[in-house]
Design a protein. Structure first.
Length: 403
C-alpha cells in the first residue's frame, strides 16, 4: 500500500467535524408511487447507494414506460418510437439504465439510457427484436437477448467498442438469453436450451464459454443474478415434483435449494449481493431475503413495523451490492394499488466495511490497506471499481456510527 501520512492527515482534517455517531438504526420503506394518471409500478434495479431505482410503470394512456426514480421523482425515460418501454437494470452509480423499448415498427429493442445521450437503440445481430436485462457496475457492458437473422433468440454481451456479441447456446440447443452480468462485465448468466430443449441456467465466460449449471432434480432452471466477482449465481430451478425452487450456485457447492417460505410451494431468487451472501426473491407471493445463517425470511414479517394496514411486499427483484437496499413491488394499502418499493434495511451502516454494525478503526484500516486496489469488493464502498479517496471519506464521515 502506498499512502502518505500527509494525504491521510488532510482527509482526516476535512472530516473531523463529521465524526459524530449516527443515532439509531435507520430503516425505512418508501413506496415509489406511479407515473401521473395510472396506478401501477414495478422496480427491477437499484444503484449502489440506494438513491436510484429503475423499473416500469404505466402512464395516463395505460402505456408501459421505463422509469428512473431519484429524490422522490419518477422520470419517464420515453421510448424508441413505439410508446412502450421497460427498464430492468442500472449501473452502480445510477447513471446508466438498460431495458427494452418498442421502436416505430413496434419491434422490441434493447436500449441503454443516459441523461446526456437519452435512449440508445442497441440494435440486433440481424434479427428484428432484442431486449437488455443486465448491466455492469460501470455501465459499459450490457447483456440480454436478441434474434439473429435465422429468427433464433441468443444471449448477447454488448460494449460500445465491440457491439453485440452472440454468446451462443448450450450444446444441441438453439436459443439462449442473458439476464445478468458480473460487476466487471466478465461473467454472464441466464438461461439456455439444452439438447433436450429444456431451459437450463448457464454461466458464461470468454475463456470457458457457456456452462450448464444443472437443476434440482427436475428438468429446468434459469439464472437471474450473479455476484460481483461472478462466483455466486442465483435463480430458480425445478425439483422432481415439477415445482420451482430458488437456488444459489457456487463452483464448489453446486446448486443449493433455498427452500420456500411457510405455505409457499414455489420460490424464485432474483437478486444477490455483491459478495453473494444475501439473496432476495419471492415465495408464495411474499418477498424474501435469504442468508446462510438466517435461512429464508419473509420481509413482511421482519419489517412488519414499516408496513401499514394491509400493505404487502410481494416480490424482491434486486438488492444493492452491500445488501442494504432491496427493491421490488407490492401492494400499498395507503393508495390501494400495486407499487414499486425501496426498502432500506439499515444494514450495513455506511462505511461499515466488515459488516459488524460499527464503523471503527477496523473499517478504516481495511480501506487503507486496500487503497489503490482495483476490483469490486467490500472496501470499494461506492462500487466504482477502485478503492480510493471516496471510499476512505465514506468511512471517515461515518466513523463511530453504531459503536
Amino acid at each position: 500500500m502506498c499512502y502518505t501520512q500527509n494525504r491521510f492527515n488532510a482527509l482526516l482534517s476535512a472530516c473531523v467535524l463529521s465524526l459524530i455517531a449516527t443515532a439509531g438504526w435507520s430503516q425505512s420503506l418508501t413506496w415509489l408511487g406511479t407515473l401521473p394518471g395510472y396506478d401501477r409500478s414495478y422496480a427491477y434495479g437499484v444503484s449502489a447507494d440506494g438513491a436510484v431505482v429503475v423499473g416500469w410503470a404505466e402512464n395516463a394512456a395505460g402505456q408501459k414506460r421505463a422509469f428512473r426514480w431519484e429524490n422522490g421523482v419518477m422520470q419517464d425515460l420515453g421510448h424508441l418510437g413505439g410508446s412502450y418501454s421497460w427498464a430492468y437494470g442500472v449501473s452502480a452509480d445510477g447513471a446508466v439504465v438498460v431495458g427494452e423499448a418498442y421502436n416505430a415498427t413496434l419491434r422490441s429493442r434493447a436500449f441503454r439510457w443516459t441523461a446526456s445521450g437519452g435512449m440508445q437503440d442497441l440494435s440486433t445481430p440481424g434479427g428484428s427484436v432484442s431486449g437488455a436485462y443486465g448491466v455492469s457496475a460501470d455501465g459499459a457492458v450490457v447483456v440480454g437477448w436478441a434474434y439473429n437473422a435465422a429468427g433464433q433468440g441468443g444471449a448477447f454481451r454488448w460494449t460500445a467498442s465491440g457491439g453485440m456479441q452472440d454468446l451462443g447456446t448450450l450444446p444441441g440447443g438453439n436459443n439462449s438469453d442473458a439476464n445478468a452480468v458480473s460487476a466487471d462485465g466478465a461473467v454472464v448468466v441466464g438461461g439456455a436450451a439444452n439438447a433436450a430443449r429444456y431451459e437450463r441456467a448457464f454461466r458464461w465466460t470468454a475463456s470457458g464459454g457457456m456452462q450448464d449449471l444443472g437443476a434440482l432434480g427436475g428438468c429446468c432452471s434459469t439464472a437471474y443474478a450473479v455476484s460481483a466477482d461472478g462466483a455466486v449465481v442465483v435463480g430458480r430451478a425445478s425439483i422432481a415434483g415439477g415445482q420451482s425452487r430458488a437456488f444459489r450456485w457456487t463452483a464448489s457447492g453446486g446448486m443449493q435449494d433455498l427452500g420456500t417460505l411457510p405455505g409457499g410451494n414455489n420460490s424464485y431468487a432474483y437478486g444477490v449481493s455483491a459478495d453473494g451472501a444475501v439473496v432476495v426473491g419471492e415465495s408464495g407471493w411474499r418477498a424474501f431475503r435469504w442468508t446462510a445463517s438466517g435461512g429464508m425470511e419473509d420481509l413482511n414479517t421482519t419489517y412488519a413495523s414499516l408496513l401499514t394496514n394491509r400493505s404487502v411486499l410481494r416480490e424482491a427483484r434486486a438488492i444493492s451490492p452491500d445488501g442494504r437496499y432491496i427493491v421490488g413491488w407490492g401492494y400499498n394499502a395507503a393508495t390501494n394499488r400495486t407499487e414499486a418499493f425501496l426498502l432500506d434495511t439499515g444494514f450495513p451502516r455506511r462505511g461499515d466495511v466488515d459488516r459488524n454494525g460499527c464503523v471503527d478503526d477496523a473499517d478504516l484500516l481495511a480501506v487503507l490497506f486496500a487503497f489503490g486496489g482495483q476490483g469490486y469488493r467490500n472496501e470499494d464502498l461506492n462500487w466504482d471499481g477502485t478503492v480510493d479517496d471516496a471510499d476512505l471519506l465514506e468511512v471517515l464521515f461515518h466513523f463511530g456510527s453504531g459503536c
